[in-house]
Design a protein around this ligand. Structure first.
Ligand SMILES: [Zn+2]
Length: 188
């Protein structure tokens, strides 16, 4: 199993983890920014991440991997490829998530839910809710980067390739502003 240092190096090389001075959507400032789209745009990187998450759950006899759209779609596909099972995804439906496109789970189906990163666990919790509504047997949640420092409790086993703390500051209290570093809007 690869260690935290390996994944930090890979995520930096793929352009997923950036260092600088960033304006977050919350209005806070941070010296680090995490965006997984650059890795999922590289098929080999996506496959490597999917294999590593699959490895964490290979003894769970998973039948179906479920990811939330958009961030979890390619990851679910790659984890499912590594496990030799199917993948489906859930989509926003108002305030909740739903299975569309004919996707469904049966009662007792052994499911793994995956997501690129969790910070509050909100979108993963919404996927768990619809898996439970279908009476599926959720064996766990697989994450690339746990940003909660292991603090989130989703009621099922959570395993992550790495834990990552990303400190943020109010503009008044930002050490990078005091250094006069230019502020970036990373998703623009
Ligand atoms: Zn700042």
């Amino acid at each position: 199993m690869r260690d935290q240092g390996y994944w930090l190096e890979r995520l930096t090389a793929w352009g997923v983890l950036r260092e600088g001075h960033f304006l977050l959507t919350s209005g806070r400032h941070s010296s680090r920014f995490l965006l997984f789209a650059p890795a999922f745009s590289l098929p080999r990187a996506a496959t490597e991440l999917g294999q590593a998450v699959a490895e964490l759950f290979k003894r769970q006899d998973i039948e179906t991997v479920v990811g939330p759209a958009m961030g979890g779609v390619i990851l679910a596909h790659e984890v499912a490829r590594a496990l030799g099972v199917r993948s489906i995804f859930a989509e926003k439906d108002g305030e909740r998530m739903a299975f569309k496109r004919g996707f469904a789970l049966r009662a007792g189906e052994r499911v793994l839910v995956v997501e690129d990163a969790v910070s509050t666990g909100g979108s993963v919790q919404k996927v768990l809710d619809i898996c439970k509504a279908a009476q599926a047997d959720v064996r766990g949640v697989g994450i690339i980067a746990d940003r909660t420092g292991g603090k989130v409790d989703l009621g099922v086993p959570l395993k992550a390739l790495m834990t990552l703390e990303i400190p943020s500051y109010t503009p008044d209290d930002c050490p990078l502003c005091r250094e006069g570093r230019p502020l970036e809007r990373p998703k623009a």
